[in-house]
Design a protein around this ligand. Structure first.
Ligand code: CAA
Length: 260
């Protein structure tokens, strides 16, 4: 399907969705949220992509947040609908059975940071800047930031970012565990591709079950969460990949994954 606000490449093992509104620093309006959700579903249905990279066009921003021009005249009812559109996208990303990398090449603010937080990994260039500046607009994060940010960096640090609206650079983002790695600027694109390809080459059923186990019961009590893990572990034993992985280890050869 054709998209106006994003670019989707879902033709190979490493897929890519590029937010493509660089003049507005890739801000998220309703059309972009809908297109992103459709693209994520297309990736899921296609079953070709084994690792998805989400990034922003231009050299300035991953995404500067929800589109302020689109929100300026919103009623409360419209704002609720807008927030739910955002939540639907974040759930779709978290629910993808493959790893998703946010390749943050500049600003990741407000809804842009919330988008990155719905990905499995945040890999940043040294230019990246992060923040939840909604308070400076008289609003709060509306695409899951009040929930996913504390889960990622702890409540105390999330409060600081959300109450102050301050932006932080990569050193601080690394220190508080917001980003996984900072990659050199001149090797950013190639290093992202390399890491995505390495993930795409891992056992698909194992990745799916690991992601499900980490995400699905993240907020359950330990006993329930471990019971879920045991079920997910058992699912991997029903896969051809498990037979292949263990045989390959014993035969001292690399495994050939089938994804089933
Ligand atoms: N929405 C709409 N347009 C935006 C935007 C946004 N979130 N962020 C930037 N833009 C636009 C600017 O209006 C500007 O457009 P024009 O050229 O037409 O004037 C263009 O992008 C370039 O931006 P700046 O000139 O401001 O660039 P800068 O380098 O001086 O500053 C910035 C960069 C610090 C990121 C600044 O643009 C900024 O503060 N943006 C807003 C960030 C923000 O508040 N995000 C939170 C939005 S609310 C939200 O996300 C709610 C939610 O959780 C759902």
């Amino acid at each position: 399907m054709a998209y106006d606000n994003i670019i989707l490449d879902a033709s190979g093992a490493v897929g890519r969705i590029t937010l493509n509104r660089p003049k507005a620093l890739n801000a998220l309006n309703e059309a972009t949220l809908r297109e992103l959700t459709m693209a994520v579903r297309e990736v899921r249905r296609g079953r070709i992509v084994r690792c998805l990279v989400l990034t922003g066009a231009g050299d300035k921003a991953f995404c500067a947040g929800a589109d302020i021009a689109a929100m300026v005249d919103m009623s409360a009812v419209e704002a609720r609908r807008f927030a739910r559109l955002g939540h639907r996208l974040m759930h779709a990303l978290e629910d993808l059975p493959i790893p998703v990398i946010a390749a943050v090449n500049g600003f990741a603010l407000g809804g842009g940071l919330e988008l990155a937080l719905a990905c499995d990994f945040i890999l940043a260039s040294p230019k990246a800047r992060f923040g939840q500046p909604e308070i400076n607009l008289g609003i709060i994060p509306g695409f899951g930031g009040t929930q996913r940010l504390p889960r990622r960096v702890g409540v105390a640090r999330a409060r600081e970012l959300i109450y102050s609206g301050d932006l932080i650079g990569v050193e601080e983002a690394l220190r508080i565990g917001l980003v996984n790695h900072v990659l050199p600027l001149d090797e950013f694109a190639t290093e992202i591709d390399k890491r995505a390809a390495a993930l795409a080459a891992k056992a698909p059923v194992g990745l799916e079950q690991a992601k499900a186990s980490i995400n699905t019961v993240a907020d359950a009590d330990l006993a329930t969460a471990c019971a879920f893990e045991a079920e997910a572990f058992a699912v991997t034993f029903a896969s051809e990949d498990r037979t292949e992985g263990m045989r390959a280890f014993l035969d001292k050869r690399p495994p050939g994954w089938r994804g089933r």
